[in-house]
Design a protein around this ligand. Structure first.
Ligand code: P6P
Length: 334
């Protein structure tokens, strides 16, 4: 019987790897795991509690209708970060502005967290996988002071940790601190995340592409050509074309591609000229994981983790996945 390695044990064993091995990052990652367990519990019984399902009756800064579970998850993570003491401030997809925590206790926090508490909200009510995405930076402002916007607006290559939680057929937490990618599956019988996918590597190529093809005629022609030429035709040496798999939840599509190989494309379009996905709390954290697992993450013209943010909720075009597939797609772009 293989020994179960819990997330907590794994973090403590690896603590020496962390650049600031004083335990704060270990505690922060453990706090994220605890909040994720609570959100997982809420997600899995949402259908039974009328004040968990459906629209909140408000829209977020993105102009998207907030779902009740969006707000519940957002509050859960914020409360955890506020009480944990490692975080001095946060930015969330669900909050117009960033939050600098006010207590002297929190001001001593060395980290900021940018997160999407529940990505794929349109899938909540139809019982399709959704996820949480998080990105952790060391603060730039002085410890003991209030967090600043500059703390939030850091280039992706400055991330010290990033990860996601997938509320799928099982609940998984996948993260990196810049030393590889490891996946943990929640065992509800003991309430622990246990190491299930050590040292994850994204296959160099694959046969799955994830794109909302409803955008195919309103995005740049090179992408349409890539999909029609490379994905929808049987290429020499292949037995059949690629397969389209689009879940409508970035975390689920990304996770499948991380394991099986594949590409996810959300381009800029006539309706979303900057793209749809958010740089700071969707694209950067998954880009960190993709690169650590051997994949690529680009706007089609630039490495995502090189982008110097200009706005908190900045959107970018996003192509992420298996190295060879991303390079092929980019070769079709002018
Ligand atoms: P569309 C969910 O809102 C999300 O941010 C991603 O999780 C998902 O891949 C994408 O948007 C879906 O967008 O326009 O295809 O519905």
């Amino acid at each position: 019987m293989k020994k179960l390695v819990t997330l907590h044990e794994f973090i403590m064993d690896r603590q020496a790897d962390f650049p600031y091995a004083t335990g704060e990052l270990s505690r922060l990652l453990s706090d994220i795991a605890v909040a994720s367990k609570v959100v997982s519990k809420d997600v899995r019984r949402a259908g039974l509690l009328e004040d968990f399902l459906g629209a909140q009756g408000s829209t977020n800064v993105q102009g998207e209708e907030q779902q009740k579970l969006d707000v519940i998850a957002d509050n859960q993570f914020i409360q955890m970060f506020q009480s944990g003491g490692e975080v001095c401030g946060i930015a969330s997809e669900e909050n117009d502005d960033f939050m600098a925590f006010e207590t002297e206790y929190s001001k001593k926090g060395k980290y900021v967290v940018l997160f999407d508490p529940l990505d794929g909200s349109s899938n909540i009510d139809v019982n399709v996988s959704i996820g949480t995405i998080f990105s952790i930076y060391r603060r730039k402002s002085e410890v003991g002071t209030k967090a600043t916007l500059e703390d939030m607006m850091q280039v992706g290559s400055e991330q010290i940790a990033a990860g996601y939680v997938l509320y799928g057929s099982s609940t998984m937490l996948v993260y990196t601190t810049g030393r590889g990618v490891n996946g943990f599956t929640l065992d509800p019988s003991i309430g622990e995340f246990c190491l299930s996918h050590p040292d994850m590597k994204m296959p160099e190529t694959g046969r799955l592409y994830a794109m909302n093809e409803g955008n195919i005629n309103i995005c740049e022609s090179g992408l349409k050509e890539y999909i029609e030429t490379y994905c929808q035709q049987t290429l020499p040496g292949a037995s059949r074309p690629y397969s389209g798999r689009y879940i409508g939840s970035l975390v689920a599509d990304f996770h499948r591609n991380l394991i099986k190989g594949g590409i996810y494309i959300y381009p800029d379009t006539e309706t979303d000229p900057e793209g749809k996905l958010r740089l700071l709390y969707e694209c950067n954290p998954l880009a960190f994981i993709a690169e650590q697992a051997g994949g690529l993450a680009t706007t089609g013209r630039q490495r995502v983790m090189d982008i110097v943010p200009e706005k908190l909720h900045q959107r970018i075009p996003y192509i992420v996945g298996s190295k060879t597939m991303v390079e092929q797609a980019m070769s079709f772009l002018k």
